[in-house]
Design a protein around this ligand. Structure first.
Ligand SMILES: [Zn+2]
Length: 253
């Protein structure tokens, strides 16, 4: 048995012992060290995903930890290895997978949502989902690998180049990670965020921010870009006004 934090019903969690078994063929058992709380986890906690999530459910898909036990037929991994988990399993046979879209597999198992996640003392996962962590990366920061990967993927898709002017609409955790990844790619970045606390956190990281309630963002972008408009905009607010701003600030290319 191992202790787990479980979602039981809307706005209710408990801590309970859950059954564990030794890792089977191709599996490893991990001792999670740190687990992040994703926006999706909050939706689940609020009861908004009860049609998908079967309670009681062990959540957690942003994590870091160390391998404790290795099952049969697992090569290249050993107890003590620091890892994070790529929390998707796909079937590789459905039409979406056959078209190369495994991330939206029609039978997708999003580990930590559709199957037990990392908010437990011991967690068994397929070795195929493991990503090795460098020794230089502290485990608390390593729990952010999954959302950071989202940001790095977005910036890669947008092909942000040196000197390009980038507007990030929405300064929550993923918006800030996208802004940092865009800056690392050489972009000149502005973050548009209504919430003063979020703006101050972004500014502590050296990001420039605009408050859309206090300023006309379109006018600021015109001034900033000599009427050319932004090269790239990321919409990370999920709000209609944010979508409109992101489209509005873009230049015509
Ligand atoms: Zn599939």
């Amino acid at each position: 048995m191992t202790l787990a934090v479980r979602y039981t019903s809307a706005r209710t969690l408990d801590t309970a012992p859950v059954q564990t078994s030794p890792p089977g063929p191709g599996e490893v058992e991990i001792a999670p060290a740190f687990v992040g709380i994703c926006g999706t986890d909050l939706h689940i906690f609020h009861g908004d995903m009860d049609s998908r999530v079967s309670a009681p459910a062990v959540l957690g898909h942003e994590m870091s930890g160390r391998i404790v036990r290795v099952g049969p037929d697992v090569e290249g991994w050993a107890p003590g290895d620091a890892v994070t988990v790529m929390p998707l399993r796909w079937d590789d046979t459905c039409p979406a997978c056959r078209n190369g879209h495994q991330h939206i597999c029609q039978h997708l198992d999003f580990i930590g949502i559709d199957s037990p996640g990392a908010m437990q003392q011991r967690w068994t996962v397929p070795a195929s989902t493991l990503i090795r962590l460098p020794d230089s990366l502290p485990l608390d920061q390593a729990a952010l690998v999954e959302p950071t990967a989202v940001a790095v993927h977005d910036v890669g898709r947008a092909q942000v180049r040196e000197g390009e002017r980038v507007v990030v609409v929405g300064g929550g955790p993923v918006g800030v990670l996208i802004a940092l990844a865009a800056r690392a790619a050489g972009g000149d970045v502005r973050v548009v965020e209504l919430n003063a606390h979020r703006r101050s956190l972004a500014e502590e990281l050296g990001l420039s921010t605009w408050d859309p309630a206090a300023t006309d963002v379109s006018a600021l972008v015109s001034e900033w870009t000599a009427d050319a408009g932004a090269d790239v905009a990321f919409e990370v607010s999920g709000a209609q006004g944010g979508v409109e701003t992101a489209v509005d600030v873009l230049g015509v290319r």
